[in-house]
Design a protein. Sequence first.
Length: 222
Amino acid sequence: MSIGANLHKIEEKLSDFIYTLVGVSKTKPNSYLEEAYQAGLRHFGENKVQELVQKQETLAQDIHWHMIGHLQSNKVKYIAPFIHLIHAVDSLKLLKEINKQAAKHQRVIGCLLQIHIAEEENKFGLGFEEAENLLLGGELSALKNIEIHGFMGMATNTDDQEQIRMEFRGLKLFFDDMNILVNHPQVKLAHLSMGMSGDYELALEEGSNMIRVGSAIFGSRG
Ligand SMILES: *Cc1c(COP(=O)(O)O)cnc(C)c1O
């Protein structure tokens, strides 16, 4: 198995779409990330703060790092100096902490609101209505060091392709609605982060423009 070959195979297959490919490198050693970097990958996603920080310190400085996992408020400070995009923001409390830490570094940090689209109860995320209230409420105006750049969603873990498609479609509709409805200088809904190794083609067909692909690039995580 070659990481570079996996990467190029995916890119070739998806050449009709416009998207950002985030290579999800969690649990994988630096040598794997270096191989992907050599093959041209510049966006990497991790889901644990400590691992993300360690990799950021050692690997190429022009990598765009994405925090894709659930983020605890007390850990925001470790990634605030460099993080490119935080995908799984699911509370105003977390947004406030990101804002505070971003301000310390004179940065504006892009955030995606994680929206709960799956059937399972145990996945994180805001409901459509909660997200809409957050976007339309007055709270964002005080948080000058964050911007909302879009949404992230994870479909139900099922073999039912039609169900997955409908969940992605629902989030795309919401994304389009909010783009029309919300007019706020700190809301720039550009990214729709949907699709992983098992469902990224489906996600792109349904309007995703940012896919988070781990095992299809780096191999299974055992
Ligand atoms: C692990 C993970 C991925 C990648 O999963 P694969 O199935 O290996 O592609 C994508 N998104 C999130 C939030 C993850 O935690």
